[in-house]
Write a protein that binds this ligand. Structure first.
Ligand code: PLP
Length: 389
């Protein structure tokens, strides 16, 4: 094929594992400059190091996150591994403080990798009565003086919204680096870097890609040194995203604002409908005034939206009756709403909380629903059917 100029408006999928280097002299220059870990390399060498399709997707994320750097990885967990591992130093004794209400996979990573394999010391900060007590957080920070403070903006499955600005301010006051998992809130609701967070991570598997068809993670930041360490670590452990997934992520992100807006609007409509049903004994949605952290959510997001996750309890006279009603709801909303253990999909999907978290949340009729961007009336009709009304 002749080397024609093809005016594609998107960066194509560069699937090459290695890129051609013209001469021995260029090769030594390329390897020397590669170790400087610039945001965009001058020459591409090897796709585990850097890949042009991945860099193009990173630039699309930088735009929506308003960050100077973004770094993609092959899963949200890989992003978390990178974001935390760059702060580890051999022989340095430090205690890291994590909010307890974080993704179960992150909790498993903390216990199985950080504590068990790497010998780290970690502490947890727990909510009380459905919200965080910031005086307790301050006293934990002042006692522990952690190097790292890590939290999720909206917790799972109780959807407790943190007063993010206050958490960052307190973390900084006691000398911690602050890392925010902003997967549930997305940059549409809050951009933690603007309020001083050191790193923001997302499972891009969820709302950023938004169609349940790829697994990816991203770390965003403005600190050149930290992000360069992250690029280096990603290379050494091989956490790089594939160019095919980067291409799909980049194109799907073009509709992120439209999609997530509709998801938040749908969630508000569904939450109001569940709240008014006598088949439902409780609804957790930060957009409802009855939610313990509604005021925190309103303050944090400026009322731009309250996310697209809803957790609710099917009513029943006994635990068995509640389970039966839960199962009836799941059967009645099928096939439009299916039981799929992820979130941030284009369709509304659900998960029975007891089956995943066991007795941690003692409401056997509890369901967590991830709201999609279907047409609102069609979605509310399906929920009505589920409630038998
Ligand atoms: N963070 C949050 C809040 C999540 O919900 C998840 C996964 O569900 C992750 C991180 C991990 O992301 P991934 O599954 O893409 O590795």
């Amino acid at each position: 094929m002749k080397n024609k100029e093809i005016n594609s408006v998107r960066t194509p999928v560069y699937r090459d594992s290695g890129f051609e280097l013209p001469t021995a002299a260029t090769t030594s220059g390329a390897f020397a400059s590669e170790t400087s870990h610039e945001r965009e390399p001058d020459l591409y060498i090897y796709s585990r190091y850097r890949n042009p399709t991945v860099v193009a997707a990173e630039e699309a994320i930088m735009e929506i996150e308003g960050s100077e750097w973004a770094l993609l990885s092959q899963s949200g967990m890989a992003a978390i591994d990178i974001a935390l591992s760059i702060f580890q130093e051999a022989g340095r004794q430090s205690n890291w403080l994590f909010f307890s209400e974080i993704y179960g996979g992150t909790l498993s990573y903390i216990s199985s990798v950080l504590e068990k394999r790497r010998g780290m010391e970690v502490s947890f900060f727990r909510p009380a009565n459905g919200r965080y007590d910031y005086r307790q957080l301050e006293s934990a920070l002042s006692d522990i003086r952690p190097d790292i403070l890590y939290f999720e903006t909206i917790s799972n499955p109780l959807l407790i919204v943190a007063e993010g600005r206050r958490v960052i301010e307190l973390g900084k006051k006691y000398g911690a680096r602050v890392i925010v998992d902003n997967t549930f809130a997305t940059p549409m609701l809050w951009k933690p870097l603007e309020d001083g967070a050191d790193l923001v991570i997302h499972s891009a598997t969820k709302y950023l890609s938004g169609h349940g068809n790829l697994t990816a993670g991203v770390i965003c930041g403005n600190d050149r040194g930290l992000m360069q360490s992250a690029i280096e670590y990603r290379k050494f452990v091989g956490h790089m995203l594939s160019p095919d997934d980067a291409y799909r992520l980049q194109t799907q992100m073009a509709s992120f604002n439209l999609r997530f807006r509709q998801q938040c609007d749908n969630a508000s409509a569904v939450a109001a409908m569940l709240k008014s049903s006598d088949r439902v004994s409780g609804v957790l949605y930060p957009g409802l005034e009855s939610h313990d952290t509604h005021a925190a959510a309103k303050e944090l997001t400026g009322g731009r939206g309250y996310g697209a996750m809803i957790t609710f309890d099917l009513a029943g006279a006994s635990p068995e009756a509640k389970r039966k009603n839960r199962d009836r709801f799941i059967a009645a909303v099928y096939p439009e709403i299916r039981l799929i253990p992820t979130l941030g999909d284009n369709h509304t999907i659900l998960m029975p909380v007891e089956s995943v978290w066991g007795a941690k949340y003692p409401e056997p009729g509890m369901i967590r629903m991830s709201i999609g961007f279907e047409e609102t009336d069609r979605l509310t009709d399906v929920i009505k059917r589920g409630l038998g009304s």
